[in-house]
Design a binder for this molecule. Structure first.
Ligand code: ZN
Ligand code: ZN
Length: 367
């Protein structure tokens, strides 16, 4: 599986030379050093916390890691492995010299300045480095069947974790308490770790789109919960609202508007549609309700081995949606001094439209 991904990547490597940041047309790279760990995992199966992958345009692949991962790399990676005894850059440079590579593509967003300097020091003088961007990330946008299955399982566990945690919710519980309960339930349901810091925001604090749970006690009123977890390495992401006690008319109206926007965005998702058009579908609904200024972020994002991946479903994203993309749809409104409402599902683009993976109800919920 990872081997097929490498074949597709090497095909794209040939095109990378045409898109140098300087705008100068350069020759295509003859090799590629992958340093983003999620990209390394995607291309080899290796899940360790330290590793680099060297790819040649002839399809050769070698994973570099350190002695802590000798056994793990041998069992997980489906390519050759070098265990670097000293600095990894030295081992990589040696391999590049041996293979005679002249034009090494590097991931400009993921190779630190320090690692880049170390590498340049050890590389043969005839080898130049070519910064490239998003080569693997663009491949990762479209998920294969095994990835979609992992996302599906992650989403289902995440939804179950919410139900279990809400059963523990009682007056006097703090936001932190509930967030910890959510994380614990997700772990018990098989997740490796939270996909991001779980958001539990009560009352006016829900107007902060990325509120960190604090020692605020959850009282009557608005409660926003945004949660996700990595399971089999793949992320889930969901936001749900709960109103403690009877919901006032203002809340009901705002909730109905956000839900209408969310459903409109979901209805706009199909292959061939630009990501920005999905964002516009949500924004248009909120505009109709006079809430467009209260919607301060984009409509969604891709997710997979990372919680935020391409595409970004914002005003300016011209990515064309394709079958197999996994994305979130999460419009929200935030009113200072009152609170916020967001509704978020994880969905997959199908051949004819999309499938909403998140099973949790979106009916207005009061406890
Ligand atoms: Zn999200
Ligand atoms: Zn979220």
């Amino acid at each position: 599986m990872a081997a097929e991904r490498r074949v597709r990547l090497v095909e794209r490597l040939a095109e990378a030379g045409a898109a140098q940041p300087s705008g100068v047309k350069a020759k295509a790279p003859d090799s590629f050093l992958v340093t983003n760990l999620e990209n390394v995992r995607y291309l080899t199966g290796f899940t360790g916390s330290n590793g680099m992958l060297l790819l040649g345009k002839d399809g050769s692949a070698r994973l570099f890691t350190d002695p802590r991962y000798t056994l793990q790399a041998a069992s997980e990676a489906d390519c050759k492995v070098t265990i670097a005894k000293g600095p990894m850059a030295k081992s990589v440079a040696k391999a590049i010299e041996k293979a005679g590579y002249r034009r090494l593509a590097v991931e400009q967003e993921h190779l630190t300045l320090g690692a880049s300097e170390a590498l340049k020091k050890d590389l043969p003088s005839r080898t130049e480095t070519l910064p490239v961007s998003g080569l693997v990330e663009n491949l990762r946008m479209v998920k294969d069947a095994s990835e979609l299955q992992a996302i599906r399982e992650s989403v289902i566990a995440n939804s179950e974790a919410l139900e279990q945690a809400l059963r523990q919710l009682k007056p006097g519980m703090s936001e932190t308490d509930l967030a910890a309960e959510i994380d614990y339930r997700n772990r018990k349901l098989g997740a490796e770790r939270p996909a991001f810091d779980t958001i539990v925001a009560s009352g006016e604090r829900s107007a902060l789109p990325h509120a960190h749970p604090g020692d605020t006690l959850i009282g009557s009123g608005i409660l926003l919960i945004d949660m996700g977890a990595f399971l089999h390495g793949y992320a889930s992401d969901m936001t749900r609202m709960v109103h403690l006690g009877k919901a006032p008319a203002k809340y009901k109206q705002a909730y109905a508007a956000v839900l209408e926007a969310q459903l409109a965005a979901i209805a706009a998702v199909k292959p061939g549609v630009k990501a920005s058009k999905v964002d516009k579908a949500a924004r248009d609904v909120l505009k109709k309700h006079g809430l467009e200024k209260a919607f301060v972020h984009s409509t969604g994002h891709g997710l997979g081995l990372e919680i935020h991946e391409r595409p970004r479903l914002g005003r300016k994203d011209s990515t064309v949606l394709t079958e197999g993309m996994a994305i979130t749809i999460e419009p929200g409104v935030y009113l200072e001094g009152w609170g916020g409402i967001r509704i978020e599902d994880t969905i997959v683009v199908t051949a004819t439209g999309c499938e909403v993976l998140t099973p949790t109800t979106k009916d207005l919920r009061t406890i």
